[in-house]
Design a protein around this ligand. Structure first.
Ligand code: PBG
Length: 326
């Protein structure tokens, strides 16, 4: 049969396929999201995120050392305080859990792993919103941004390499950049959660941080229907001084990731969120899906769509598989 061109020739052997592969995933592209809870004496498993736990301060040091040893890029720290209140005051306490964790992890890994912090209030507020509330119950933008700026400086003081504002407040990146510079932290980078959607895929995360959110985040996170709006957010964050821009979640928004990648010249991050992890873990546990193949395909697709770096609860597993020669 005369077939003018046979693409199958380039798929004949593993070495051939490896040679022509357009996209790769490496541990140095991956960031491990980690939860540290105040007052814990041993790790507390998060049932909706099988394999992930809230960590003790000692535990998070060891986890960070392992991440460094596995060759990951970074660890993203989320703090879970014992007591939550209306203003999230635990976020600004000198010995607050996220501040302590940042210092402990930096002490453990130095510059061998990027120490990153989530700059947001939802882990710290009793109402579960990402900011403080105005008298009418709405999330009050400008006072919230002032708190974020102070949080970011506290994290930088304790050695964070990267701060990551995730609250989707207007002007948050500019305020944090100014505060960091004022405090002498010109070299601390901002990874902005620029295009963050009001997503059902954050469900398991709420358990992970013990969030009691009633209602939703639709007045500050983006509508899943919108793509152009994401570009506005990205442009603003860059104008305000973001070093890295993020799209979150990843899988339902690969089109956004591609648009952002094509539009900007800074690194682009994607957050492969808790619900994306939980879906696969649940199906794999039932034997309905091959876990490792699925995870590799997901991480590859996120890279192919344009992410330079990926936050994923599978970061450590992926690096372990690579090490084991899978
Ligand atoms: C906010 C924040 C959230 C996540 C990361 N940072 C929760 C939210 O915005 O509702 C979700 C991450 C995930 O689902 O894995 N601090």
């Amino acid at each position: 049969m005369a077939v003018p061109y046979r693409p199958r020739r380039l798929r004949t052997t593993p070495v051939m396929r490896a040679m022509v592969a357009e996209t790769s995933v490496e541990p140095r592209r991956l960031i491990h999201p980690a939860f540290v809870a105040e007052g814990l004496t041993e790790p507390r498993p998060i049932s909706s995120l099988p394999g992930q736990s809230q960590q003790t301060l000692d535990g998070i040091r060891r986890d960070a050392e392992e991440c460094a040893e596995l060759g990951l890029a970074g660890i993203m720290l989320f703090g879970v305080p014992l007591a939550k209140d209306a203003t999230g005051s635990g976020a600004l306490a000198e010995d607050g859990i996220l501040n302590q964790a940042t210092a402990a992890v930096k002490d453990a890994v130095g510059d061998d792993l990027l120490v990153m912090t989530d700059v947001c209030l939802d882990e710290f507020t009793d109402h579960g919103h990402c900011g403080v509330l105005a008298a009418d119950g709405s999330v009050d933008n400008d006072p919230t941004v002032e708190i974020y700026a102070r949080m970011a400086v506290m994290h930088a003081d304790r050695g964070a390499h990267v701060v990551a504002p995730s609250g989707m407040m207007d002007g948050q990146v500019g305020a944090i950049r100014a505060a960091l510079d004022d405090a002498g932290h010109q070299d601390v980078a901002i990874m902005a959660y620029s295009a963050k959607y009001a997503s059902a895929f954050f469900g398991p995360f709420r358990e992970a941080v013990g969030s009691s959110l009633k209602g939703d985040r639709k007045t500050y996170q983006q509508d899943p229907a919108n793509a152009r709006e994401a570009m506005v957010e990205v442009e603003l964050d860059l104008a305000e001084g973001a070093d890295i821009v993020m799209v979150k979640p990843a899988l339902p928004y690969l089109d956004i990731l591609r648009q952002v990648r094509d539009a900007v010249n800074v690194p682009v991050a994607a957050y492969n969120v808790s619900g994306e992890y939980a879906m696969v873990e649940a199906a794999a546990e039932k034997g309905w899906i091959d876990r490792e193949r699925t995870v590799r395909e997901i991480l590859t697709s996120i890279r192919r769509a344009g992410a330079d770096t990926i936050l994923s609860y599978w970061a450590r597993d992926f690096a372990r598989w690579e090490r084991a020669g899978h």
